[in-house]
Design a protein around this ligand. Structure first.
Ligand code: MLT
Length: 229
């Protein structure tokens, strides 16, 4: 599903949904768990995040790729490589990533968080599961993003022999990934969120988030909290 606004077209009752927002929400969550964060509470709105902050949670809020005033953390994976966050629970809202998690959580069998950083860990986990799989690409405010589509394609490419690939969007994603895989950064040049991040001077996050299999981490939603399985 290439945008959360089309998720209603899919029946996900028997399905594991893997939410991906490569730049940067899910790459940031995966990095947080790899560096020892205990749980992330993803919420849709800034107000919900503020309410959790008022209850004592460390809180992260991003809108339009920038930190929202009054919150401790932004959405950069580098902000989560911090020993002060080890063992902590973090409330988080982001423009598209946590919105997508909220969309999926009421009907999916499980909601996982995927990024290139933990792609192989997700693939290995799926091999143990009997369910259908849907990759939910967070995109940008209802529009499709190329980097999330490439992640979906990489996942389809990795599991295509074990599954019936039911959707043309999955076939399209896989073919795009196969074209892009040897130089993803070059393939993504001029893509919309890279341009947005570059305008804001957020450069090092881009190549960081395109690295594959750095972390053996599988974030899964348990109730309202993401934890590392
Ligand atoms: C989002 O959730 O929309 C993103 O993570 C935006 C960003 O790059 O900060």
């Amino acid at each position: 599903c290439l945008t959360p606004d089309l998720l209603h077209l899919h029946n996900i009752d028997n399905t594991i949904v893997i939410v991906t927002d490569i730049f940067r929400a899910t790459s940031c969550m995966v990095t947080g768990f790899a560096y020892g964060v205990k749980a992330i509470i993803p919420v849709e709105t800034v107000e919900e995040c503020q309410a959790l902050q008022a209850k004592g949670f460390i809180a992260a809020a991003e809108r339009n790729a920038q930190k929202v005033d009054g919150f401790e953390l932004d959405n950069s994976p580098f902000s989560y490589m911090d020993e002060k966050l080890i063992g902590e629970k973090i409330a988080m809202t982001t423009t598209n990533g946590t919105y997508s998690i909220s969309k999926a959580k009421s009907s999916a069998v499980k909601v996982l968080v995927g990024a290139f950083l933990n792609l192989n860990a997700i693939v290995e986990y799926l091999k143990t599961q009997p369910y259908d799989v849907l990759v939910l690409c967070a995109g940008w405010k209802g529009r499709t993003n190329l980097e999330d589509t490439l992640f979906a394609g990489a996942l389809v490419d990795a599991v295509q022999n074990e599954y019936f690939v039911a959707e043309d969007s999955a076939i399209m994603s896989m073919r795009l990934y196969q074209q892009a895989k040897d130089d993803m950064l070059g393939y993504l040049a001029n893509s919309s969120h890279i341009r947005r991040l570059q305008r804001l001077g957020i450069n090092k996050d881009i190549s960081y988030c395109l690295q594959r299999d750095l972390y053996d981490v599988v974030p899964v939603l348990r109730g309202n909290e993401l934890v590392n399985m």
